[in-house]
Design a protein around this ligand. Structure first.
Ligand code: ADP
Ligand code: MG
Length: 620
């Protein structure tokens, strides 16, 4: 039999390679930006349409390419950056594998315009799905422009797999920030659908970080500096009090390349030991320089993971350097024998108790004097028909009629549940009406049913109730807001603000009122009835964090993710005492839900213990 193995044609090989290098528009952004940096550009523009799905364009003022190189650059393993295997260990460029452009050209419509300084004319090449369409001379300034249109046009499965524009843009911003932070001396601008998202002038590390995130960042940064034989470290860590729940602002750069390293992250966390609240994440922007021959960058196609020769020493140096910085800038307590005594507390204040300022409070003042006091301190509030007399000020009267209607609807819907579903709900309905619920350990609610008993996890049940309510608010009927007496000003980074803008419509449907949204802050004048003022920043932080983390989760829509995140954040927690009435309405509202038995995260909300189960226990 003749041989069956064949060499794959180039365009097929390129498409396969593209699978590794190009996962989404952000991968194209990364490769093109890095090529522009390697071309020694001092000004780089990134232009996007539809989160890069329709267009990713990068324009640089770098060295450009000759007419032949312009054509050659689309060949696989075509690179100007290395020649010999040894060069792999003396890398000073971002790229070296010579496969990015070949891969991108295999799965998109690409147009390249480029001119070198000394040439009269530039060249313009169009290539689609690895096929050369045209190459012609044209008049251009020095530099290169790559436009990548209709990414994955020939791989529909890949195209369909792309996430919403918000999510894809988020990935692009991540890549953009990584390259921009690594090269503060280069000017970067970014436009999305015609509006400018970033304009970062050439500057130093500190200024670049501040320009990339918010103006507020400056005061949060503690400088870090150390020089040893195996590594020089420069950069900043965030003061512990500004730590966040998410890991958004954590960056390692090794020889000006952004890298990911769980091991080095651990070293930083170890330096912060004892200074952070549980689960809090410090910001850091750390620039490490090591001799190129002590690292291996070529262990992953996207080159974000690298191998260090002497990881252990690096860990130790990093940890102690950061610890030292935190101590030196008085962020952490220190034990330092060379301490400057001038910085100590003046003698006359030593060992003196600080005087507490006194506050006069009119304890009889009650802004809602004609309202009943709210009994429970928890954020818990039951279904729409229950708590209205307890909670709110006069605007509520506007909704009175409405609520009655809702209350009736609620009645019918629980009736329906009863009619269509198993006898379990039948039981619940009749039994709880008799008022037989009780709470144990401020965690579980017991209720008797005909066949035995029901044990409800209060936090999970409330998640389910809130989740369905929020989804309805977003999709069907808008929730009312509570107006804040003093609008809240909250600060965010540029990209967080971008995310909030994308979420604005949904958040407004949930009761948020945004008075203004600036570049790095926003003013909120109304919040959902279900939330308290002090919860608002936590809710938004959690939401951004969840969306950030949840990029790869299975939430099929943004609204679903929002409802999930808010329900998790606002649901009553274990440890909250519930009055009998609250317990009762929790049970009622749970069984009025479409899917009462599981939380939005697929965890059981209650279990049943039948008399049979109990009998079995006693039979032992
Ligand atoms: P690599 O970056 O690994 O060399 P690429 O496929 O990304 O591989 O690019 C191939 C070659 O094309 C580069 O080595 C470089 O010579 C040239 N090139 C790519 N982008 C640019 C640019 N913006 N300016 C000048 N030359 C470029
Ligand atoms: Mg490259």
């Amino acid at each position: 039999m003749s041989s069956i193995i064949q060499l794959l044609p180039d365009h097929v090989a390129n498409q396969i390679a593209a699978g590794e290098v190009v996962q989404r528009p952000a991968s194209v952004v990364k490769e093109l930006l890095e090529n522009a940096v390697d071309a020694k550009a001092t000004d780089i523009k990134l232009i996007l349409k539809d989160a890069g799905k329709s267009l990713v364009q990068v324009i640089d003022n770098g060295v450009g390419m000759s007419v032949t190189d312009a054509r050659l650059c689309f060949e696989r393993h075509a690179t100007s950056k290395i020649r010999y295997a040894e060069d792999l260990f003396a890398l000073s460029t971002k790229g070296f594998r010579g496969e990015a452009l070949a891969s991108i050209a295999a799965i998109a419509h690409v147009e390249l315009k480029t001119k070198m300084e000394q040439d009269e004319l530039g060249t313009n090449i169009v290539i689609e799905g690895s096929k050369f369409i045209t190459q012609e001379p044209c008049v251009l300034p020095k530099g290169t422009s790559f436009s990548v249109k209709n990414l994955f046009f020939n791989i529909p499965a890949r195209r369909n797999f792309l996430k919403s524009d918000t999510v894809e843009l988020r990935h692009i911003i991540d890549e953009f920030q990584r390259v921009a932070l690594a090269h503060p001396n280069i000017q970067f601008t970014m436009y999305h659908n015609g509006s400018e998202i970033y304009n970062l002038p050439s500057s130093n590390y500190r200024q670049r970080i501040v320009n990339t995130f918010s103006g507020k960042t400056n005061e949060k940064l503690v400088p870090v500096k150390e020089e040893t034989e195996i590594v020089t470290i420069e950069g900043f860590v965030g003061k512990p009090e500004f730590s966040k729940k998410n890991r958004g602002e954590q960056f390692f750069f090794v020889n000006n390349r952004f890298i990911k390293s769980g091991y080095l992250h651990h070293a930083v966390m170890a330096a912060f030991e004892g200074l952070l609240k549980d689960g809090a994440q410090p910001s850091y922007f750390l620039y490490l320089n090591v001799p190129p021959n002590t690292i291996d960058i070529n262990i992953h196609p996207t080159k974000t993971e690298i191998k260090f020769d002497d990881e252990h020493s690096l860990y130790a140096i990093l940890r102690s350097t950061i610890k030292h910085s935190l101590g030196q800038f008085n962020v952490a307590p220190i034990l330092d024998f060379d301490r400057d005594p001038n910085l100590d507390t003046p003698y006359q204040y030593k060992n003196k108790e600080a005087e507490y300022p006194t506050i006069q409070v009119d304890s009889s003042f009650n802004p809602f004097a004609d309202e009943k006091p709210v009994k429970s301190s928890s954020s818990f509030s039951s279904g729409s028909s229950y708590k209205k007399s307890e909670v709110q000020p006069s605007w509520e009267s506007l909704y009175v009629g409405l609520e009655q209607i809702q209350g009736e609807e609620f009645g019918t819907s629980s009736f329906e549940t009863e009619a269509v579903s198993s006898s379990l709900f039948d039981d619940v309905e009749t039994e709880h009406e008799a008022g037989r619920t009780f709470q144990i350990h401020k965690k579980y609610i017991f209720s008797t049913i005909k066949s035995g008993m029901l044990v409800i996890n209060q936090g999970r049940a409330h998640q389910r109730i809130l989740y369905e309510e929020f989804l309805t608010n977003i999709t069907v009927n808008k929730a009312p807001s509570q107006q804040l007496l003093f609008p809240l000003e909250l600060f965010y980074s540029v990209n967080e603000i971008e995310m909030i803008k994308e979420l604005q419509v949904s958040l407004e449907a949930l009761g948020f009122i945004f008075e203004t949204i600036n570049d790095d802050s926003l003013i909120i004048s109304g919040i959902p009835v279900r939330a308290t003022e002090s919860q608002v920043s936590i809710v938004i932080d959690d939401l951004l964090n969840d969306l950030y983390q949840g990029i790869s989760t299975d939430s099929y829509s943004l609204n679903d993710s929002i409802a999930k995140s808010l329900s998790k954040c606002l649901a009553i927690k274990t440890g909250t005492y519930l009055t009998e009435k609250e317990q009762e309405s929790l049970v009622n509202n749970l069984f009025a839900c479409k899917e009462p038995n599981i939380t939005p995260f697929n965890k059981p909300t209650f279990i049943t213990l039948s008399v049979d189960d109990l009998d079995k226990k006693f039979a032992l």
